[in-house]
Write a protein that binds this ligand. Structure first.
Ligand code: FES
Length: 616
């Protein structure tokens, strides 16, 4: 901000303080703006594609961007008082001295000014990237705290104009989420992985994808404070072996799992952080976490899903973010519900006493090409009862079927359960609903992805979790005579992929499935592209529902592609997609206040737990 120099006659200019003297550089970089006499009101200097408001406030002269950082309306028409300029449009107030926004959101950019011989000069220069990018990230952080997603979108746009890559910006949101979520890694980070993956299809929509990812990361954490991570536990350097079976790594893994089991949360986080800082290789660390996450059937398999998503997320944003992303995953694993300890899973525990001792042997078996009696397996998991579902997995492992193929078949079973779902339950005041069902598919996908990447005795437990999970939800099925019949007419035979999405948006599940069935045969890649584009379609509003939409879509497409490549299971490749479309097309109960009030009254007035259809 320039200060009007003392009035002196031109011939005595030499006696002015040095800062008022014209220097040689000034000839080049300073732009003549207005005479002081012209500044009876703010004026706009238009130069180099910019609009700069030049404002005289008493003895001072300031130059600021004329486009308000809120929505771009002009600032020069606003009133000036006590060193503050007010934007007339929505009343944001900016300090002329430094552009600080004292009421509203982002700061406005200022430019140096000087006054010589009664003339105001403005120095116009691009702010250096090294200072501007950190400033924008800091502003983005303020926008998270305020839950101001308009500001988030603007800062994303500004960062991308500076060439910041999408993964770097999403990483910023992930770090925020990791440090602000008291329970650790959650849906937002899992969805961030899928959204970054979608940029291969949605590259033209990068600002939208990034802003969607940030909103899903941050919105559920409004009003949360920082939950600091402990310092890294100092670990002696344990070598550079990439072999997870290296005794040193196995010792750390055993200690990590012990601390998780004992719910020594801070100690577990400190150990993992120490191992990362000591240079533990990514594949070793990911394996530890999968093993810790499958020591129990944790929170309906959420922990296993998050292990897979954390690995994919770090693949996008870089291992440099391993802490805090994986530290927050440890937090999630420690705080997860051990479902298998609850009474309703007593039969599971008993049956697994038979199967668990054989995990080591099974981990060494499995041959490509070993046949799975697929129809029988899928029917048993769906309708055979809890013990039979677990035994079917054990039987398949005994036959030498690869764990990944078994996981794929479980994915088909999960899809069938979604296709059978009695959707009236979504609207009923009970605990269950579409999110329960869609979770079957994302969990089966996570089990498949885990076993594709690393097979171990511990990871095989995911197969049993998945089988038990799919079987457990059979009370949510429609009776056979009321289940959907496929083979209907597609909405738009010329463009059935588009027709599918029209039916989804119009909440017409039958038309959506008929169109998707046709599109799957005729225009499969176009259908997949349309489903991915729906990630950013704004037709859902509550973050957890959007998370489920995106994660279920990603899982369905991945499972479908893997099924299509499996010589034996290829005939089922369309099932995950049809199940997905049925889910997407059904209107969802996003608000759930009725359900919450009903649960509250049952509990507070009658001492009863929430009403549910499934046995708990
Ligand atoms: S455009 Fe200036 S406050 Fe909204």
């Amino acid at each position: 901000m320039g200060v009007v120099p003392p009035r002196v006659p031109p011939w005595s200019r030499r006696r002015l303080p040095g800062r008022w003297r014209r220097d040689r550089l000034g000839e080049v970089s300073w732009t003549r703006a207005f005479s002081l006499d012209e500044l009876t009101r703010p004026r706009v200097l238009k130069t180099a594609g910019r609009q700069i408001a030049v404002v005289r406030d008493g003895e001072s002269v300031a130059a600021i961007d004329n486009l308000c950082p809120h929505e771009g309306y002009p600032l020069h028409t606003g009133p000036v008082k006590d060193g503050l300029l007010t934007c007339e449009w929505h009343n944001w107030k900016f300090r002329l001295a430094d552009g600080k926004c004292v009421l509203g959101g982002e700061d406005v950019r200022t430019y140096p000014t000087k006054v010589e011989d009664g003339v105001v000069f403005v120095r116009i220069e691009e702010p250096p990237r090294e200072s501007e990018v950190p400033r924008l990230y800091a502003s983005l952080g303020e926008a998270y705290d305020d839950g101001d997603f308009g500001r988030v979108a603007r800062e994303v746009a500004r960062l991308m104009r500076f060439g910041e890559p999408a993964p770097a910006i999403v990483a910023h949101g992930c770090v925020y989420a990791a440090t602000h979520d008291r329970y650790g890694f959650d849906h937002g980070m899992a969805t961030a992985a899928d959204l970054l993956g979608s940029l291969r299809v949605l590259s033209e929509e990068a600002p939208l994808v990034v802003t969607e990812a940030l909103s899903l990361l941050v919105e559920p954490l409004l009003r949360e404070r920082v939950y600091p991570f402990p310092e890294a536990e100092p670990l002696a350097w344990v070598g550079q072996s990439a072999d997870p079976e290296d005794p040193a790594w196995r010792a750390i893994e055993a200690e990590l799992r012990r601390r998780v089991e004992a719910e020594e949360r801070e100690a577990a986080e400190a150990l993992l952080r120490g191992a990362i800082e000591a240079g533990a290789p990514p594949r070793v660390v990911h394996r530890w976490l999968v093993h810790a996450a499958t020591d129990h059937f944790l929170s309906f398999g959420h922990a296993q899903i998050y292990c897979v998503k954390a690995e994919e997320l770090l693949g996008e944003i870089g291992w440099v973010h391993a802490h805090p992303v994986l530290s927050s995953l440890v937090r999630r694993i420690v705080t997860g519900t051990r479902e298998d300890r609850l009474p309703y899973m007593k039969a599971y525990r008993r049956r697994m006493e038979v199967h668990t001792p054989r995990l080591e042997a099974w981990a060494g078996m499995g041959q490509e090409g070993a046949a799975l009696p697929a129809s029988e397996f899928i029917e048993t998991v769906l309708d055979g009862g809890a013990d039979a579902a677990l035994d079917a997995v054990a039987d398949a492992l005994d036959r030498g079927v690869t764990p990944a193929r078994i996981a794929l078949a479980l994915g088909v079973a999960a899809a069938e359960r979604m296709l059978r779902f009695d959707t009236a339950i979504e609207d009923a005041p009970v605990a269950e609903g579409w999110l329960y069902l869609s979770h079957l598919l994302t969990h089966a996908d996570a089990v498949w992805a885990t076993l594709r990447r690393r097979r171990s005795a511990e990871a095989l437990r995911g197969l049993f979790h998945s089988a038990r999970f799919v079987e457990h939800e059979h009370p949510l099925d429609l009776p056979p005579e009321r289940r959907s019949r496929l083979g209907g007419r597609p909405l738009d035979p010329e463009a059935p992929d588009a027709g599918t999405m029209v039916a989804v948006l119009h909440h017409d599940p039958e038309a959506a499935m008929a169109s998707a069935e046709f599109a799957f045969r005729e225009r499969r890649e176009a259908l997949f592209g349309a489903l991915v584009r729906a990630y950013v379609s704004d037709h859902l509003t509550v973050p957890i529902f959007i998370d489920h939409q995106i994660k279920t879509t990603a899982a369905a497409i991945r499972l479908s592609k893997a099924l299509a490549l499996d010589a034996q299971l290829a005939p089922w490749a369309e099932r995950p997609i049809l199940a997905l479309v049925r889910f997407l097309a059904h209107p969802l109960q996003e608000r759930r206040i009725r359900r919450r009030v009903r649960d509250a009254l049952r509990f507070v007035w009658e001492g009863k737990v929430p009403e549910s259809i499934l046995p708990y």
